[in-house]
Design a protein around this ligand. Structure first.
Ligand code: G1P
Ligand code: ZN
Length: 546
């Protein structure tokens, strides 16, 4: 068999290839600089030291620059000795489907080309992340090693390959390299069939329950067509924006009440479907709504746990659950009722992976519209939608019926996130430092009419591998069940975003149906004044509230 022709390209290293909450994310134009993508991939490959003949999974959300980047990826991984590439047809794979494929095929890992919910197109964002053989994102020890490798790199090695055609499924051989182009949906669909009661769910749809799903021209369109349309019988007209487009058709593929306001409005009106939902660019986030009833992500995961015994894949019970620290504590209450542990982890899915891998948890979620379970090592948007459909069908109830029954039983966690876009990243960093230096002294003091029960900078001790993750967000817990959390986003590509997370617990049945904006307004003002947001940034109002 012909050997591959290798070429060595020498170039100076780039200093800015630190991965954030979910991989390396930059403006498309940054990735388009000569050698930028190549050196990053080389740094990953140098760090991983894959065994000769290794197998990798490759795919992405279809955003602008995916096609070019995939060709480069195939040539660099081939030069590093990889001999089997499993690639989604047209270069497409949703993030959870890629995670599943890595695990199923026992691959040595995978590269996912995505900037998740960030806008796409030539002026938008691009991203790349590496997932480990367990299907989960590389842990911090690996990403730090990749950063060090990227900073001392002298160049990269690339194999000469023809332009690879990814438009047809099947196996291609290029010298010693096998490239297997696979249907992006098939294996994922089978996984879903093992978890959910599709007969019952299809019956629920046949009984007249309408599902509306918006893919925002991201990756989930083909998945939704086959699973929601083909298997459950949802009407094609109710599956929106289902062709993946490089610029997401100009949409911002972020499933939240701001970008998904058309779904919020639909659900508020007379034509509300039984369930409306959306996913993001790479298919790992979800938003769930019912008639006049948006479901907050913190409530959603708590309600899933509460009803898990009704869903086939979860009937056997769950060993424990987890949520990211800023996520509302609604999940903790259900877990306490079931007598199972609820772990609190830093923001970012990778912190759940150790717990999932060790079998300590079976369900987990984040406030940022991310929910997932033991079935993959990434959060999973369409899975969450299917879980809700299964719950609705099994309970024979409506979304508002399920949500209000939940609040009556457990109390309601009013919740909002206020984001401040700060153009000057240095002033955002100063604000956080000032807050950190003051926070411990707040413990036990009076604040905004209440008393501070606990104030600290969250430090995570991973119970599985013993690793420490300090400085994961400043939190202030009040004695009346209120909480404020502050942290800086790790996924932005310019300036800084300060996220303040507000939570207020309400047990009184008379107070369960208030407007979250009104309930949380005083806490929002308190959060702004404690951190002196206006003094540091000039911003008097949050840029976005979700
Ligand atoms: C955001 C979310 C976080 C999520 C991540 C990747 O990160 O807050 O929960 O895991 O995107 O989807 P952040 O920008 O806050 O660092
Ligand atoms: Zn995503």
């Amino acid at each position: 068999m012909n050997e591959l022709q290798l070429r060595i390209v020498r170039c100076p290293p780039f200093a800015d290839q630190r991965m954030g909450t979910a991989g390396l994310r930059k403006k498309v134009r940054v990735f388009q600089q000569p050698h930028y993508l190549e050196t990053f991939i080389q740094a990953v490959l140098d760090t991983l030291q894959l065994p000769p003949g290794a197998m990798l999974v490759l795919g992405g959300d279809g955003r602008y620059f995916n096609r070019e980047a995939l060709q480069v990826l195939m040539r660099l991984t081939a030069a590093a000795g990889v001999r089997h590439l499993v690639v989604g047809q047209h270069g497409l794979l949703s993030t959870p489907a890629a995670s599943n494929l890595i695990r199923m095929r026992k691959a040595h890992g995978g590269f996912l080309l995505t900037a998740s919910h960030n806008p796409g197109g030539p002026d938008g964002d691009f991203g790349i992340k590496f997932n480990m053989p367990n299907g989960g994102q590389a842990p911090e020890s690996v990403t730090e090693a990749i950063l060090r490798a990227s900073q001392s790199l002298q160049g990269y090695r690339i194999a000469e390959l023809p332009a690879i055609d990814l438009s047809r499924c099947g196996v291609q051989q290029h010298g010693p390299l096998v490239i297997e182009v696979v249907d992006p949906v098939a294996d994922y669909q089978q996984l879903m069939e093992r978890l959910f009661d599709f007969d019952r769910m299809a019956g629920w749809v046949r009984a007249g329950n309408r599902i509306v799903f918006d893919a925002f021209h991201g990756i989930t369109g083909p998945y939704a067509q086959r699973i929601l349309g083909g298997m459950l019988g949802a009407s094609p007209a109710d599956l929106l924006h289902t062709d993946p487009l490089p610029d997401f058709g100009g949409l911002h593929p972020d499933p939240n009440p701001v970008e998904g306001r058309h779904l919020v409005e639909l659900c508020a009106g007379p034509d509300a479907p039984a369930l409306a939902a959306a996913s993001d660019g790479d298919g790992d986030r979800n938003m769930i709504l019912g008639p006049a009833c948006p479901v907050s992500p913190g409530d959603s995961v708590a309600i899933m746990l509460d009803g898990a015994s009704l869903v086939p894949g979860y009937r056997q019970g769950l060993p424990g659950v987890a949520r990211s620290m800023p996520t509302s504590r609604a999940l903790d209450r259900v877990a306490a009722g079931l007598g199972i542990p609820c772990f609190e982890t830093p923001t970012g899915w990778r912190f759940f992976c150790n717990l999932l891998e060790a079998g300590r948890i079976g369900l987990c979620g984040e406030e940022s519209f991310g929910t997932g379970s033991y079935h993959a090592r990434e959060k999973d948007g369409l899975w969450a939608v299917l879980f809700w459909i299964n719950l609705l069908a099994a309970r024979g109830d409506t979304v508002p019926g399920i949500v209000t029954a939940h609040w009556r039983r457990y109390g309601r966690h009013y919740y909002q996130r206020h984001d401040y876009e700060i153009p000057d990243a240095a002033s955002a960093a100063r604000l956080m430092e000032a807050l950190r230096s003051r926070v411990v002294a707040l413990g036990g003091t009076a604040l905004g009419g209440g008393r501070v029960e606990l104030a600290d900078d969250f430090h995570y001790h991973d119970p599985v591998d013993g690793s420490e993750s300090p400085r994961q967000g400043v939190r202030i817990l009040m004695d009346d069940g209120a909480r404020i959390v502050y942290r800086l986003s790790g996924t932005g590509t310019s300036g800084a975003t300060l996220r303040t997370y507000l939570e207020q617990y309400q047990r009184d049945p008379a107070g369960l149906f208030c407007n979250p904006g009104e309930v949380l307004a005083p806490l929002g003002r308190l959060a702004a004044s404690v951190a002196a947001i206006e003094t540091h940034t000039g911003l008097r109002q949050p840029t976005m509230i979700v």
